[in-house]
Design a protein around this ligand. Structure first.
Ligand code: MG
Length: 376
């Protein structure tokens, strides 16, 4: 792998919290990626909601397929820019490990339930999963990942949580939120690849579900451009194939746009090392036009898909499930698995337990504890 001078070099990693000898054939970031793929939390992603609940259909994105798409887009861009592909892949595959069941509805409710105990943030939870909650190794909790991978996983963090994290790990992964510096380009890239991936696949899933129709998409400049381009080459194309080709062209163009815009930003900032990247403003970016059009697409998806009455209805049910589970376990911690039941920090243990659940396990537990059939 030819690494650019501004890339993360695994030989220069800031290391693991628990020192371990190097692997004989794999780089530190390759090893992180492998640990993530073998984790329990990673396998659970297949049964967690992205937008549509897992049982609503077999062909919608789940957190797992979303994470794979983020990794694919991230790697494509990373290779062209000379960034570390293994690190990008590790961050992308781990970025949603802390998501609750039922997507954002689950996370919002858990945050409300945890308001008196420090709240709940899914980015911070992803870090908790890889730092503490996975139990696979004899000598330490968590996966003991490298600093650079952990830094990428902690994409956002409130000031309060950054202060709390930094008290435990001085100068660690939360420090950048306190001194307003940037993470590696690999971490920045995963952020943008995440956005590119969900914007594109949510159009696809939205149409597949019947909640969006193709004619609504005409109002979106970004989508419409590639639809016209496709039709000029294939005038008879229609339906799903036309949509696929439109999205495919949009994705390719966005990838090339990020590569060009980021290259220009790196050159303009004169960022020739990782230290320079950290001190510079965010460098992984769209061109101005693509950024605007991508925002327009995001607004469209909010208004027409994420706030669609049918999505809102399942969202309300999901909120009820999580709220009921939280109060049931806080009152009767012995209803949780033994590892969680015996913890002294009950509300946090309950949040960790619920956050780790798949959609259907949460629905089953809800039925068991309340006798009600919701989302089951
Ligand atoms: Mg994501």
């Amino acid at each position: 792998m030819d690494l650019a001078p501004y890339a993360c070099d695994p030989a220069q990693t800031r290391g693991r919290r628990h020192p371990e000898p190097d692997a004989p054939t794999r780089s530190a970031f390759q090893r992180d990626r492998d640990r993530i793929v073998h984790s329990t939390a990673f396998r659970r992603l297949v049964y967690k909601t992205q937008v549509f609940l897992n049982h609503e259909g077999d062909l919608f994105r789940t957190r797992l397929t979303h994470s794979l798409e983020v990794a694919q887009l991230g790697r494509s861009i990373a290779r062209a820019l000379g960034l570390n592909e293994d690190l990008v892949e590790a961050i992308a595959l781990a970025h949603d490990l802390g998501h609750t069941p039922f997507g954002h509805a689950g996370q919002d409710v858990l945050n409300e339930c945890m308001a008196e105990y420090g709240g709940f943030e899914h980015n911070l939870q992803s870090l908790r999963v890889v730092d503490e909650l996975e139990e696979r190794y004899p000598a330490f909790n968590g996966l003991n990942l490298c600093f650079e991978t952990r830094e990428g996983i902690l994409k956002h963090c409130s000031r309060r949580n950054a202060l709390a994290l930094s008290a435990l790990e001085p100068g660690g992964v939360a420090q950048r939120f306190l001194d307003n510096t940037r993470p590696s380009l690999e971490a920045q890239l995963c952020n943008l690849a995440d956005e590119i991936a969900y914007n594109a696949h949510d159009i696809d899933d939205g149409v597949r579900s019947g909640l969006l129709n193709l004619s609504q998409l005409h109002e979106l400049e970004l989508v419409e451009r590639y639809r016209r381009q496709t039709l000029s080459e294939y005038p008879a194309l229609q339906g799903r194939r036309l949509l696929y080709e439109t999205i495919r062209r949009m994705l390719s163009d966005q990838v090339y746009d990020v590569i060009d815009a980021t290259r220009a930003a790196i050159a303009q900032a004169g960022a020739d090392s990782l230290e320079a990247v950290r001190a510079a403003p965010a460098l992984v970016c769209f061109s101005t036009q693509m950024r605007e059009q991508s925002r327009e697409l995001k607004r469209f998806l909010f208004a027409n898909l994420y706030r669609h009455p049918q999505v809102m209805q399942t969202t309300d049910q999901a909120r009820q499930v999580v709220r009921d589970l939280f109060s049931a376990y806080v009152q009767r911690p012995q209803e949780m698995q033994a590892d969680f039941a015996r913890r002294q920090d009950t509300p946090q243990a309950v949040a960790d337990y619920i956050a780790g659940m798949t959609d259907r396990f949460a629905a089953r537990e809800h039925a068991r504890l309340t006798g009600q059939q919701v989302l089951a």
